[in-house]
Design a protein around this ligand. Structure first.
Ligand code: ATP
Ligand code: MG
Length: 175
């Protein structure tokens, strides 16, 4: 499965609709500092709900993700991801709407409203687990280099799917 297209509307620095087509394989996004490269990654994490808090998306609160610039502030932001799976297209999107005193966040799977749990489930079905290293953030590389070998081994075990069996083994021995 690969991401075929990212559509961003009023998310962070993207004050209008931006469509980013992606080819299969390796993609590099380049640009000057502050031009919005990392915001594209934040958009992906936001759309899939792969963030434990808004801090992961470098925002104080979720509503700070909505575009605000040139004296204009949008009242909603939206990110849509089109995945190419084995045979089909899978479209996941998330919209955040800001009202005077509150905000609403909605997920959609193939255009139909869905819960975050349903998004998590469909991603897991395609091998994307929320606690795995799907995204290596700026600073992560330095952190990984500075870890102890045992901590680093734990990450490799997680990626390789060994941790799951280690946990089962420990449980079985206990019993
Ligand atoms: P670097 O090369 O330094 O890593 P980058 O290309 O990754 O830069 P980003 O971090 O993606 O840049 O973008 C930062 C910019 O996004 C800042 O200029 C910031 O003001 C802008 N930004 C963040 N949130 C919003 C928002 N809600 N509305 C408008 N602009 C925003
Ligand atoms: Mg960056």
């Amino acid at each position: 499965m690969h991401v075929k297209k990212i559509t961003i509307r009023n998310f962070k620095s993207f004050g209008k609709k931006v469509e980013i087509p992606l080819e299969r394989g390796f993609t590099v996004i380049s640009g000057p500092n502050g031009s919005g490269k990392s915001n594209i990654i934040d958009a992906i994490l936001f759309c899939l709900g792969l963030h434990s808090s808004s801090k992961v998306l470098r925002a104080e609160k979720l509503t700070d993700l909505v575009f605000s610039g040139n004296g204009k502030r949008s009242d909603s932001a939206e990110v849509e991801l089109v995945f190419q799976t084995d045979g089909d297209e899978l479209v996941i999107s998330r919209k955040i709407k800001v009202t005077d005193r509150n905000y609403y966040s909605h997920y959609y799977i193939n255009g139909k409203p869905a819960s975050h749990g349903e998004v998590v489930k469909i991603l897991e079905k395609h091998g994307i687990f929320s606690d795995a290293y799907n995204v290596v953030m700026q600073g992560d590389v330095t952190r990984i280099v500075e870890m102890t070998p045992v901590q680093r081994r734990k990450i490799i075990d997680d990626i390789a799917g060994i941790s799951e069996f280690e946990e089962k083994k420990a449980k079985a021995i206990e019993e």
